[in-house]
Ligand binder design. Structure first.
Ligand code: HMG
Ligand code: MG
Length: 301
């Protein structure tokens, strides 16, 4: 097991993008600031996707403009195409995340493109972003199953992972978009991708629909994973993956990591408060276990 893990907080983007109610930009900004206060060093802030597709993210520029950005904290933003990159550059983004999937069926519903069309679309986005000095992360969705096509061949997951790595993305986040994976398959998937691009370039992005995300993270930590995406209070889902629930909750992930003696730099009690705060703002109970209990019990903070 590693000494430390970098936790990438995706709640303000992956979590809030799925909210049916309009969330004010001021709430999004306060959430991001609070997460940075908890010690998170990467907080995915918003997405510059088409507002026709995801109206909740239409205020992306306002959110970035309202942030007091701190040294040592990265605020990546999701970008689907050159138009999104131009908006992100105009808003002063320092890091972007591009995204595709290992399944044609999901990609068509999510970004109106096949896998190969999406790779063709992303190449100039990545090239242009790198030329502007931005850091570029990539997501590969549906690595353990697709809501529309079912099984996704591992060879296809590896092919797409290799393709975005070759474009120059510094990190590739492997998305179990609908949380169907179980530890044995997650481990095999991670191992195959690590053989292709190196474990140090991979991140885990596991949704928790079937309650398997923490077990899947554990299995991949044993395989050399060192970066894990998570969403405070387990917020979210994917607007183009019916029934998908949020990412593994950041609070529950941090509790497990600290319990394993793995450092994260995160103040767990403060994070629990933040999860309870945003859940109250959204008018619901926290989806994290620790948020429901109301504290870490001091045992792994
Ligand atoms: P399209 O309709 O094929 O694109 O959508 P288009 O180029 O024909 O444009 C249609 C309209 O959108 C045009 O406006 C464009 O100007 C506008 P109109 O002329 O009709 O008025 N448009 C934009 N506006 C602002 N910013 C832009 C932009 N692009 C086009 N960037 C497109 C293709 C990719 C744009 C669309 O499908 C899209 O935005 N999809 C994003 C869907 C999304 O955000 N999904 C959730 C994120 S992915 C996810 O959650 C998974 C992840 O968490 C990992 C995991 O869990 O596995 C990352
Ligand atoms: Mg996701």
């Amino acid at each position: 097991m590693p000494d430390s893990v970098r936790v990438v907080e995706v709640g303000p983007r992956d979590g809030l993008q799925n909210e049916a109610q309009a969330v004010p930009a001021a709430t999004k900004i306060e959430l991001i600031e609070r997460l940075a206060d908890c010690g998170l060093r990467t907080v995915e802030a918003t997405s510059f996707v088409s507002p026709r597709w995801v109206p909740q993210m239409a205020d992306a520029a306002e959110v970035l403009a309202g942030l007091t950005r701190r040294d040592g904290v990265a605020y990546p933003v999701l970008v689907p195409n050159v138009q999104g990159l131009e908006r992100a550059l105009a808003a002063g983004a320092g890091e972007i995340a591009v995204f595709t999937a290992a399944s044609d069926a999901f990609n068509r519903r999510n970004i109106n493109a096949s896998v190969d069309e999406s790779l063709t679309r992303l190449a100039p986005v990545v090239e242009m972003a790198l030329a502007h000095g931005l850091k570029v992360r990539a997501y590969v969705s549906t690595v353990l199953g697709c809501p529309y096509q079912g099984d996704v061949p591992l060879a296809e997951v590896v092919r797409v992972t290799r393709a975005v790595a070759r474009m120059g993305c510094y990190e590739i986040s492997l998305g179990d978009t609908i949380g169907v994976g179980t530890p044995g398959r997650a481990r095999a998937m991670f191992r195959a991708c690590a053989e292709a691009v190196g474990a140090e370039r991979l991140a885990l992005h596991f949704h928790d629909t079937y309650g398997q995300a923490l077990a899947n993270v554990y299995a991949c930590l044993e395989e050399g994973a060192r970066v894990v995406d998570a969403s405070v209070s387990g917020l979210g889902g994917c607007p183009y993956a019916q029934g998908a629930s949020g990412n593994v909750a950041t609070e529950d992930l941090v509790y497990m990591l600290h319990g394993l003696g793995i450092a994260t730099g995160i103040d767990l009690d403060r994070l629990i408060d933040t999860g309870r705060w945003i859940s109250a703002r959204l008018g619901r109970a926290p989806a994290s276990r620790l948020g429901r209990i109301g504290g870490s019990g001091g045992s792994a903070s």
